[in-house]
Design a binder for this molecule. Structure first.
Ligand SMILES: NC(=O)c1ccc[n+]([C@@H]2O[C@H](COP(=O)([O-])OP(=O)(O)OC[C@H]3O[C@@H](n4cnc5c(N)ncnc54)[C@H](O)[C@@H]3O)[C@@H](O)[C@H]2O)c1
Length: 247
């Protein structure tokens, strides 16, 4: 099946973590023929990812930014447009939790950080790339929510709330930009063993016990996530928008 990704330019945020979802998404996009903007606050990580993208024969620029800072985001998109002339795909992977804790004791700076990084960060990146996508009448945006946005988890009100806001944002934006041939969808991953929280350092025995309770008897992998992103940014899913997909 032809994905139609060859020659496209993809901006992927959150590519710094070497065991994270963003890096693997960037590498899978590069394998399908995309040039990449590898963006993260962890510039060393983003550069390591860029080296691997280049080894696959694609162009890659790196950019250090905090996605919760709109000025950073706008400068990155300007630099990317100068380098590549267009941005076809935005994957808003950058995110995380300040681990604010139970609401009665949670410091407000941590609430604000969760909301700014996860919700505002995704909106800033979308706002910055959209004028170009609208002009070219083509664009694909993938946002990241989380299973706990719907199911809840004690101590995660601000993180889960920000990720729930991403669901509404995805649906509203899909309606606003659909007439310009721009698809906007979101993923709602369950637990994946990355640097997020303490997942990557979890005792393998505990992880195995968790997996036993799942229908497939295994945890979701970063490759499962990348496969779904490839589908959502490809021509194959061009009839889907405003969808929130649990994986
Ligand atoms: N791992 C999970 O179990 C899980 C589950 C559901 C949703 N998610 C979401 O998936 C996405 C990817 O997370 P991951 O699991 O790969 O985690 P990760 O920690 O391995 O990678 C996240 C990357 O985002 C970068 N980042 C964080 N805040 C940033 C900021 N303000 N500006 C720029 N870069 C920033 C980090 O430096 C890191 O490289 C996140 O949005 C996360 O909230 C993760």
């Amino acid at each position: 099946m032809e994905l139609g990704l060859n020659g496209k330019v993809a901006l992927v945020t959150g590519t710094g973590s070497q065991i994270g979802m963003g890096k693997n998404i960037a590498l899978n996009l590069a394998k399908e023929g995309c040039d990449i903007i590898s963006a993260d606050m962890d510039i060393e990580g983003a550069e390591k990812t860029a080296e691997e993208v280049k080894a696959l024969g694609r162009k890659c620029m790196t950019y250090k930014l905090d996605v919760s800072n709109q000025e950073d985001v706008n400068k990155m998109v300007k630099a990317a447009l100068e380098e590549f002339g267009r941005i076809d795909i935005l994957v808003n992977t950058a995110g995380g939790t300040a681990q604010a804790g139970p609401i009665i004791q949670a410091p407000e700076e941590k609430w604000e950080r969760d909301i700014r990084v996860n919700f505002f960060g995704s909106m800033y990146c979308a706002k910055a790339v959209l004028p170009g996508m609208i002009d070219q009448k083509y664009g694909k945006i993938v946002n990241f929510s989380t299973g706990i946005a719907l199911n809840g988890m004690p101590g995660s009100s601000s993180y889960a709330g920000a990720k729930a806001a991403i669901i509404s944002f995805t649906k509203c934006l899909s309606m606003e930009v659909g007439p310009s041939n721009i698809n906007v969808n979101a993923l709602m991953p369950s637990m994946v063993m990355t640097n997020f929280g303490s997942h990557g350092t979890m005792d393998p025995k505990v992880a195995a016990q968790m997996a036993e309770r799942l229908p497939l008897r295994r945890l979701t992998t970063t490759q499962d996530i990348a496969n779904l992103v490839m589908f959502l940014v490809s021509d194959v899913s061009s009839g889907m928008t405003g969808k929130i997909i649990e994986i």
